[in-house]
Design a protein around this ligand. Structure first.
Ligand SMILES: Cc1cc2nc3c(=O)[nH]c(=O)nc-3n(C[C@H](O)[C@H](O)[C@H](O)COP(=O)(O)OP(=O)(O)OC[C@H]3O[C@@H](n4cnc5c(N)ncnc54)[C@H](O)[C@@H]3O)c2cc1C
Length: 306
């Protein structure tokens, strides 16, 4: 039970989670927008889930018992400090919007983050997922991160080599809260960086259904040389669907919500794809999308359901 003082310092609302994520499915929950850093401890002791921009989430019908926590004011700072040797140290809060961060870095002539142009995320969500593109990952420029680990009472800084980040995962235990990160960035020509960011966004717009309701890529790529979208495409599953859930005709690794798709429709479609990939190609498709309270069979390995 949250005290009245806590509720005055932070925003606590009953919200439909479908309004807070890009796939536009998800039931009601108590959503806390945590403005006060000192209040972190209170939610940390309770049952909670962190929510960023909701761009990689598939959420069940609820209602939910946990608190859903979005980081607010105390976690939305950006500081850029010039260092010797044409470098800069960028310190950015986990609530900061990734696209805004990229824009600020490009304008300041700081190279690196423009490689993530077009990835919808908060900094915290991008760190947790180790968001990436063909050329780079979020953790490529991070020198240290401030986290609250699930087993610890107080936030602390972890150096980059203490974070076992891999493809689409920070590698830290579930329940880790990212609070902020520091990056060391080298100088670059702002106009060149702007053009690179713009090209990446254009390439994304041409190859992904950006205007549709989706949660980004549903599956991790099975290997560096085999893209999940290609597997789905080769199986002839593009543009197939269940209810209002449909595999995008533009990108086989995107499922789009054509209207009022239910989470059951989306999960059934995911399982159909995984089962077909396993039965016809012996390819295991693991989930990239994060799932909250979705049907249990989603967590079964395709081999076990074939
Ligand atoms: C159109 C589209 C295109 C996309 N393209 C790409 C792409 O090219 N590359 C790519 O990697 N991804 C892509 N994605 C997926 C998504 O953008 C990334 O996974 C992104 O990192 C999600 O960030 P978020 O803030 O929305 O996190 P959410 O979706 O809100 O959360 C994702 C996970 O991070 C956790 N989380 C969020 N904030 C924190 C925090 N502060 N501390 C700890 N955990 C936290 C959540 O609990 C959840 O488990 C795309 C998505 C869409 C919709």
């Amino acid at each position: 039970m949250l005290s009245q003082a806590f509720q005055q310092r932070n925003t606590v609302e009953r919200r439909a989670l479908k309004d807070l994520c890009t796939m536009r499915v998800g039931g009601e929950a108590n959503v806390i927008t945590m403005h006060e850093r000192d209040d972190l401890q209170i939610i940390h002791e309770d049952n909670f889930k962190m929510l960023g921009k909701g761009a990689n989430l598939l959420i069940g019908d609820g209602p939910f018992d946990e608190y859903i926590v979005k980081l607010g004011e105390d976690f939305a700072q950006l500081q850029i400090e010039t260092l010797p040797g044409q470098k800069a140290r960028v310190c950015v809060g986990a609530a900061f919007d990734l696209a805004t961060l990229i824009g600020k870095c490009v304008k300041a002539g700081l190279a690196g983050p423009e490689g993530l142009a077009g990835v919808p995320a908060t900094v915290g969500g991008a760190l947790y997922m180790n968001a990436g593109t063909r050329t780079c990952w979020m953790f490529d420029w991070v020198s240290r991160v401030e986290v609250l680990l699930p087993s610890e009472q107080k936030p602390r800084w972890l150096m980059r080599d203490e974070v076992p980040a891999v493809y689409r995962s920070c590698g830290l235990p579930p329940g880790t809260i990212f609070l902020q990160c520091e990056m060391e960035l080298a100088s670059g020509d702002p106009e060149t960086l702007r053009q690179q960011a713009s090209q990446l966004k254009q390439a994304k717009a041409a190859s992904q259904p950006l205007a549709a309701r989706s949660a980004g890529c549903i599956f991790k790529n099975p290997s560096k040389t085999l893209a999940a979208g290609k597997v789905v495409d080769d199986l002839g599953l593009k543009d197939t669907g269940i209810g209002a859930a449909r595999v995008s005709e533009i990108h086989g690794n995107f499922i789009v919500n054509d209207g009022e798709a239910s989470v059951a429709d989306i999960c059934a479609l995911i399982q159909r794809i995984r089962k077909t990939a396993w039965q016809e190609r012996e390819v295991v498709l693991d989930l990239e999308v994060q799932t909250w309270h979705c049907p249990a069979e989603l967590h079964q390995h395709p081999k076990d359901i074939a």
